[in-house]
Design a protein around this ligand. Structure first.
Ligand code: PAF
Length: 277
């Protein structure tokens, strides 16, 4: 595995390659990222992993400075996952002028977009830069960030970007907590409580399956999350997926998404429910 910091070095290394699988990350890799790398390894000749904690997707009072980092461990994981090139740019490399940004037109007025203004403009900006640098055939994203995934798919369609976006399932701990780099912020007690998030979502799945309406399911889920000790709810919302618009009679797949604040972490999780499946 080669570790590359400069754009031109990466482009030289990738020249002529057509089967490139790309996994963009902010590092502090866990089994969720490993599952993306595994899929990329199986489906492409070359696997590129990027690790870049992107400042433009963090709000002024968010965790940019304390976002967990462990370059050595990440490199070891990348190596054993069969990564060919690890792209590890600096902020100066990624934002040399910062004159232009990609902005979301619809779909960021709900869920994380509503509670983190500007977040998805930052995500689309960096993803667009990374796609232009790597020019992958396929790029792999996890459904834990379902809104991010839908907005990236929308960006790729709107800008005619020649890349296939591959949706990958949420990877969970044994007790059901969705894997996240931010789980390290939880206290021991919070870590014990955190699986209740998935339990609330599983209950919601059962309610959808038994024909309950969206409002009832959202309210019941909110009630269950409110009982998790020491937390506050950021949002519990159901939207059509992947349009991220209000659920209607025509909606086939509902995204029920939640965000919960613990003392030092804001965790997200979700459920995709397909009607009549
Ligand atoms: O999902 C992430 O880790 C980030 O939002 C991404 C896609 C790497 C962009 O910085």
């Amino acid at each position: 595995m080669q570790i590359i910091e400069r754009i031109s070095d990466l482009q030289d290394a990738l020249r002529g390659e057509t089967s490139i699988g790309f996994v963009p990350t902010m590092g502090y890799l866990h089994e969720g990222h490993e599952s993306l790398l595994e899929r990329a390894r199986a489906e492409n000749d070359i696997v590129v992993l990027s690790i870049f904690v992107n400042p433009t997707q963090f709000g002024p009072n968010e965790d940019l400075d304390r976002y967990p980092r462990d370059a050595e461990r990440d490199q070891a994981i990348a190596r054993s996952a069969g990564v060919d090139y690890l792209f590890f740019p600096t902020t100066e490399t990624m934002y040399p002028y910062d004159m232009a940004r990609v902005s979301v037109r619809t779909g960021d007025d709900v869920l994380c977009g509503a509670s983190r203004p500007g977040h998805f403009d930052g995500v689309l900006t960096v993803v667009s830069k990374l796609f232009n640098i790597v020019r992958p055939a396929r790029a792999y994203f996890g459904l834990k960030d379902a809104q991010q995934l839908a907005l990236i798919e929308g960006y790729v369609r709107d800008y005619f970007v020649p890349v296939e976006i591959v949706r990958c399932p949420i990877i969970r701990e044994e007790d059901g907590l969705a894997k996240s780099s931010r789980n390290v912020y939880l206290t021991e007690t919070e870590r014990r409580e955190a699986p209740l998030i998935q339990q609330a979502l599983l209950h919601a799945n059962g309610m959808f399956a038994s024909g309950k309406g969206v409002l009832e399911v959202v309210e019941e889920t909110r009630g269950r999350l409110a009982r998790i000790a020491g937390t506050t709810i950021d949002y519990v919302e159901a939207v059509d997926y992947p349009s991220l618009k209000a659920v209607s009679e025509d909606t086939k797949t509902i995204l029920l998404a939640v965000a919960v604040h613990f003392s030092g972490a804001r965790l997200i999780d979700n459920l995709l429910y397909t009607r009549g499946a």
